[in-house]
Write a protein that binds this ligand. Structure first.
Ligand code: G4P
Length: 296
């Protein structure tokens, strides 16, 4: 199955982000905790050289907490300050200000030595569509914040949200695109429902999800739908259809309906808290790539 790229205006958005990044000290990069690698665009590394970085595992309420622990370690070992949060409920949002200060401690120290006190840190949110940027901004900024408006000569046309004495937030988030050239990334984005479903084949996608779940979360389908099969994805989906009485008019099993139901349950974390990738997957893939290069 081909997973489609998000439509249009990518070039313009990237240029805008390049422009915005000049004005900021720290990037708050939101990823979806269920797919921390697939929802992260590697381009941001090129755009954000010399900027402090905070990586936020959003939607942690739907992800496997043990997997989130591993991802936090993985990215912290690579120099990120990380935090996990649920922007929808607001849980974890309270720690972000401290995380920003932690990420910017060198700059704060430099400012202090130069006698510059109370200059707010400027932050910008970036992330792929649907990762929760607007929800996070609302939750982080709350109602108490004030928009500071344009600052002539410095940030023409930019709106800043002054959170407090320490942090100012650019009120328009930067939109990044996932790395769709990688089929596995495309598939993960499709699993979480961030690709328009109209262009996908739900039954094929559900087969792939069954295969994944039977490998990584072997009891999950049994617990949720009393599925007894654990290798053949078609049989798994048939059993889900049976259990949930998904039938066509003549009485045959309606696999497409079962597929949509399974995908919906997964996307709403009704199966259980599931993470679709682990750091080992990425490390294994990278080492495979290296070996292939050596073989050539
Ligand atoms: P974006 O600006 O990055 O495009 O994302 P946006 O904030 O619009 O969020 C996309 C969806 O993700 C919204 O759901 C939002 O409620 C949900 N969301 C954001 N953060 C979290 C989180 O931490 N946990 C959970 N469970 N959901 C989160 P929606 O269905 O589009 O809207 P709504 O029905 O929730 O209003």
């Amino acid at each position: 199955m081909q997973y489609q790229w998000y439509p249009g205006h990518m070039f313009k958005t990237k240029k805008q982000m390049q422009e915005d990044i000049r004005f900021i000290d720290v990037i708050l990069e939101l990823v979806d905790a269920r797919i921390p690698y697939s929802s992260k665009n590697p381009e941001i590394d090129k755009l954000a050289t010399n900027k402090s970085r905070v990586l936020l595992f959003n939607k942690e309420d739907m992800a496997d907490p043990k997997a989130t622990d591993r991802w936090s370690r993985y990215y912290e070992e690579r120099g990120y300050v990380t935090a996990r949060l649920n922007s929808k409920s607001g849980s974890g949002v309270g720690q972000i200000q401290e995380k920003i200060k932690q990420a910017c401690h060198e700059k704060l120290e430099r400012d202090r030595r130069r006698g510059i006190l109370n200059r707010p840190l400027r932050a910008m949110i970036v992330g792929i569509p649907n990762v929760g940027k607007s929800t996070f901004i609302n939750s982080f900024a709350g109602k108490a914040c004030t928009k500071t408006g344009n600052k002539p000569g410095v940030t023409k046309g930019k709106q800043w949200i002054r959170l407090n004495k320490t942090v100012e937030l650019l009120d328009t988030p930067g939109i990044l695109w996932p790395k769709f050239e990688d089929q596995r990334v495309g598939q993960n984005i499709a699993f979480i429902g961030s690709i328009n479903d109209d262009i996908l084949n739900p039954t094929e996608l559900a087969y792939e999800l069954c295969k994944f779940l039977s490998k990584r979360y072997p009891d999950s389908l049994k617990e949720k739908y009393e599925v007894t099969e654990n290798t053949n994805a078609l049989v798994m989906l048939e059993q889900i259809a049976q259990k949930r009485a998904c039938r066509k008019k003549g009485g045959d099993l309606d696999l497409e309906r079962a597929a949509i139901l399974l995908l919906d349950d997964f996307r709403n974390a009704k199966i259980r808290k599931i993470t679709l990738e682990l750091p080992e997957d990425i490390l294994n893939e990278n080492s495979k790539g290296e070996n292939q290069k050596e073989d050539q």
